[in-house]
Design a protein around this ligand. Structure first.
Ligand code: ZN
Length: 305
């Protein structure tokens, strides 16, 4: 029942010797989701020993090359390795004809169905939902259309405490009623669902916000999440440049984390100009204590509560 975020790339614009362009792998209860797919993503997946044929959903935030240039190689490798399982791709519609053309040009007829889902521009929407998780897209402010993503686990069903089942020798019908939140009477005694049931764990949540300018407009979409990944392309001394390029600073990312009341902040999308990214953590900590710097290859787990 894991909720793991593995950083595959945390550099902005260009790769460096230590950082690839943007990509992340999410493992939510065994379902693998890929967010963005910068150049080098499949190599990083290989190096980390991730079973990338198990990825069934890929979300592309926007169409700057550092967020999707790794897609073609990954799709092709999945094909060459004999994938049959459908792959769902969520992106702005402009990507679709480009993909079709590239596949045609490279004489590639995919062995698996590639299901393209258009992300609606400038509005929030639910992109995906199953019994465990819901994935929503929401608009962020960048120099081109761009979406953030929020992954939220669904509430687990109620369980009846084992000692109560034994003590009252409850039958399946009585257990079902209690699980539905209804009270029952056993041998003249009322059993209140609220008192004899529990949920195995609290739903966990993760929000991904890159690329974006400092924008309080995204607060409603990410409020209270367990973990927020927010871009910090620059340090605050370059705040003007950040604004100009529709990016954010470490301090601004920390302010968003604080105002959204999130539990933990991961900073990433660092400009390649910074050889040492530790100042990002120091700057953010002045505003928000629970912050870490994204490192390629590192996994951050959201624990069950
Ligand atoms: Zn961008």
């Amino acid at each position: 029942m894991v909720f793991d975020i593995t950083i595959l790339g945390s550099s902005s614009a260009t790769p460096t010797s230590k950082r690839n362009p943007s990509a992340q792998l999410l493992d939510i209860q065994g379902n693998l989701f890929l967010i963005d797919c910068g150049e080098g993503t499949q190599i990083k997946l290989r190096q980390l020993g991730k079973r990338f044929q198990k990825i069934n959903h890929i979300f592309i935030s926007h169409l700057h090359g550092d967020h999707f240039f790794g897609l073609f190689g990954l799709l092709s490798t999945m094909h060459l390795l004999g994938r049959k399982t459908p792959l769902h791709l969520y992106a702005y519609q402009e990507l679709k004809p480009l993909l079709d053309q590239l596949l045609q040009l490279s004489y590639t007829e995919l062995k698996y169905p590639l299901c393209f889902h258009e992300i609606p521009e400038g509005e929030s929407s639910v992109l995906y939902s199953d019994k465990n998780v819901e994935v929503a897209a929401f608009p962020v402010k960048h120099s081109v259309p761009c979406s953030g993503f929020c992954f939220r686990e669904k509430e687990k069903p109620l369980n009846v405490k084992k000692n109560i089942v034994e003590l009252y020798d409850l039958d399946p019908v009585q257990i079902k009623l209690l699980k539905e939140g209804r009270n029952i009477v056993v041998e003249g005694e009322e059993l209140k669902s609220k008192e004899v049931t529990y949920r195995s764990f609290k739903p966990r949540s993760y929000a991904y916000c890159t690329d974006t300018i400092y924008d309080e407009g995204l607060l409603p979409y990410i409020k209270g999440v367990d973990c927020l990944y927010h871009e910090a392309t620059f340090l605050k001394d370059l705040a003007a440049a950040a604004k100009d390029k529709f990016h954010a600073t470490a301090k601004e990312a920390a302010l968003i984390a604080q105002k959204a009341n999130v539990k933990q902040l991961i900073l990433g999308h660092f400009s390649a100009r910074y050889k040492d990214c530790s100042p990002f953590e120091i700057e953010a900590k002045e505003v928000f204590e629970e912050v870490v710097i994204a490192e390629d290859g590192q996994t951050y787990s959201i624990r069950k509560l």
